[in-house]
Every structure is written in structure tokens, then in C-alpha cells.
Design a protein around this ligand. Structure first.
Ligand code: C5P
Length: 215
């Protein structure tokens, strides 16, 4: 059996930053499931496929070959990482991620990856659905304002012209959508360790989680 670490939590809680560092530290493949839902959204928007056209959408998703190299997502051999965090994708991703048929296809891919590699996987439903039997499960939280502030700084570093208020609104909308959707909503698994990262720096969170992991 491969070792699996599940990290769930709302947008901007620091999941991917933390998972990347822990992945290096414990030699685990980092699987960013949010990037996979974003890639589906990217393909849907590029091909003008509405979230209501489930048949066309699923046939496109089945053609998508996705894998991770150095923490980055490759779609059909091309590194599309930079395009996945653009505000347009962030605004629309939750709607595509709420489609049951899309989730079934992506969960299958995610489980296949976890069968091949010792992994650390982050998302919304990893501890509750994708890797229910993961040895270690963590649920990261932080206030919406702190999460929006982190995203704002990330965008500014990339010289993108964004407004803090817009990011906060996007985060609050996604929180609502992700926790209220019918299929696999965001929630803490009963056996996950909850860590409130408000006011903690990255090292603080990494140290807290590292104490639990024995490889
Ligand atoms: O993690 P990230 O913020 O990039 O995820 C983007 C969106 O993808 C989330 O807001 C959520 O709607 C969806 N998602 C999901 N299940 C996952 C990971 C992400 O529904 N396991």
C-alpha cells in the first residue's frame, strides 16, 4: 500500500504551498486536485462548453491526459499551470466542479495516481471521498480575509492587476458554493486533524503537520 496524506480546506487556506513543502520533505508526489478541476474549466471555456452540456463536457474530459511533474500540471503533454490560476478560471471552476459526472471521472484519475505513488493530495473531498483510507488527514482553515490577503499578495507578485475586494468576494462565493453543493461538498473528515492557519506562517504550519507524519 502506498502512503497517502490528504489535505483539505477552503480556497486560500495554504493547502498547495504547504503540500508542496511536505511533498519534498517526505518524498511524496504532490497531487493538486484543484488544478485538475481548473484544467477541466480551462478546456470547457476554451471550447465554449456550458456546465449544462454534461455529455460534451464529459467526452472532452475523457480525452484529457493529466499528470504532475515537479508539482505542475501537464495537460496532453503541455504545462498549463500558469493559465489555471487566472481570475476567469477561478470565477467559473466551482460550477464545473459541482457536476457529479465530472467528479466521478476526476476522482478515478486521482485514485489511480495515489495507487502508483506515495502521495500528498490536496483539495476539498480528499479525506471524505477520494482517499477515505488515507493514513494522515488534515483540514486547513483561515479567515476569509486572511485567505484573500494571501491570494492578493500572490497575484501582486505576478504583477497581475487585481483588487483585494474582488478576491475576497470570489473566495466567499467559492466557500459558499463548495460547502453547499450536493455532490461531495467541502467538509472536514471526522478523522482529520484541523489546523487554523490564521496568523501562522508557512513554517509554523509545516512544523505542526510534520509532527504527525512518520514515513
Ligand atoms: O484548490 P483550488 O482553489 O485551486 O480549487 C479550485 C476549485 O476546484 C474549488 O473552489 C472547488 O470548487 C474545486 N475543487 C473541488 N474538489 C477538489 C479540489 C477542487 O471541488 N478536490
Amino acid at each position: 500500500m502506498k502512503l497517502a496524506v490528504a489535505i483539505d480546506g477552503p480556497a486560500g487556506a495554504g493547502k498547495s504551498t504547504i503540500a508542496k513543502i511536505l511533498g519534498k520533505k517526505f518524498d511524496l508526489m504532490y497531487i493538486n486536485t484543484g488544478a485538475m478541476y481548473r484544467a477541466v474549466t480551462f478546456v470547457a471555456m476554451k471550447n465554449n462548453i456550458a456546465p449544462t452540456d454534461i455529455e460534451t463536457l464529459c467526452s472532452e474530459v475523457k480525452k484529457m491526459e493529466m499528470h504532475f511533474e515537479n508539482d505542475e500540471l501537464y495537460l496532453n503533454g503541455e504545462n498549463i499551470n500558469d493559465r489555471l490560476t487566472l481570475p476567469d478560471i477561478s470565477k467559473n471552476v466551482s460550477e464545473y466542479a459541482a457536476i457529479k459526472e465530472v467528479r466521478t471521472l476526476l476522482v478515478d484519475l486521482q485514485r489511480n495516481m495515489a495507487q502508483k505513488y506515495d502521495s500528498i493530495m490536496d483539495g476539498r473531498d480528499i479525506g471524505t471521498v477520494v482517499l477515505k483510507d488515507a493514513k494522515y488527514k488534515f483540514f486547513l482553515t483561515a479567515t476569509p480575509e486572511e485567505r484573500a490577503d494571501r491570494r492578493y499578495k500572490e497575484f501582486k507578485e505576478k504583477h497581475l492587476d487585481v483588487k483585494y475586494e474582488d478576491i475576497l468576494e470570489d473566495i466567499k462565493k467559492r466557500d459558499y458554493y463548495d460547502t453547499h453543493r450536493e455532490v461531495d461538498p467541502l467538509r472536514k473528515a471526522d478523522d482529520a486533524v484541523q489546523i487554523d492557519t490564521t496568523g501562522l506562517d508557512i513554517d509554523g504550519v509545516v512544523n505542526k503537520i510534520s509532527k504527525y507524519i512518520v514515513k
